[in-house]
Design a binder for this molecule. Sequence first.
Ligand SMILES: Cc1ncc(COP(=O)(O)O)c(C=O)c1O
Length: 382
Amino acid sequence: MTEFPKKLMAKLSAREAGNALRKLSVPNGLVDFSSNDYLGFARKRGILEEAIRVMETGNGVFNGATGSRLLTGNKALHVELESFLADYFGNPAALLFNSGYDANIGFFSAVPQRTDVVFYDELCHASIRDGIAMGRAQSFKFRHNKLEHLSKQIDRVQQSKVDSDIYVVTESVFSMDGDSPDLEALVVLCENKGVYLVLDEAHAIGVFGKKGTGLLNELNLEDRVFATVVTFGKAMGCHGAAVLGNEALKRFLVNFARSFIYTTAMPPHSLATIQAAFEFLSSSQTEQQSLVENITFFKDQLRALDLEAHFIPSNSAVHCCVVAGNEKVKACASQLQEKGFDVRPIMSPTVPQGKERLRFCLHGFNTEKEIKEVLLALSKLL
Ligand SMILES: Cc1ncc(COP(=O)(O)O)c(C=O)c1O
């Protein structure tokens, strides 16, 4: 058997020594405070049954897409779902990608051109940063949610590079912090400076906005951004993503986004599940309402137990308690797990050193008793 390269083994050993070795684990049956299934849709029987019905009755439904969208993979279900999503989110066009990761690398490696500049929030998701790194534009990060810093940086670039198009990208809910930028101010800033705003709504879909349409829709800003990335693996409980924008952007991505072009299209059963999940979301507000109530209850409990100072302020389904140090945060998570709560540690290098945290993901199906008990257990630990 071929020997595993020594350099790679050394990297693994260094991770292990730093208490930062990533490992795969299977679901543990504990109370779920860690999945992205915010609305419980991944486990909703009705969505599965509707997707099966579409698969069984649909015309020409295949097990797999059979090719890239540009070859044999483009099925009626893709076209119908894109049109449905464009309508649902109030945008002229939608283009499906196989995941949020693919959407971001496809967009950022293709859209900003060699002479352009991209500004990104320093805490943007890896998929955004990887996409930017694959592209040819110059890029700069701005301080987390600090619009004055962004504004000054844009001024500096606009003074020196007159023919650059400028793109700004951020998230409406940060995946590892749960907080949000001041979106209204950001939209106005980008409009005033004439720059293109791209927003990743991965953790806002299903949580904010009428019928779970996200934070941009909640604030009536959906037609004032250049592009929006929406993903279906979180609150929608499925998989996949779409870029929303105008028809020209869709045409451009179909021609230049390599993660769209060079891959087998999403299979029909994924499309049927996404469609069923959105139909369910638009017909029932119960799950979204329960989630919103649980977020309020969680925040009330933080106040009651005097835990607020340990947490990063958030109005979303993601709430993070900073416990510095990989070893310490891992130990805290293990103790909560021993008490029956699935709370995961987020360690460096996923987050900066010293900012390691316990990440509590809230769901519509969590009970007030579970929330009370997990926070009581946490307050004892802290
Ligand atoms: C902000 C953000 N964007 C994109 C992604 C990637 O989405 P997906 O899981 O569909 O690849 C994630 C997932 O963690 C995310 O948090």
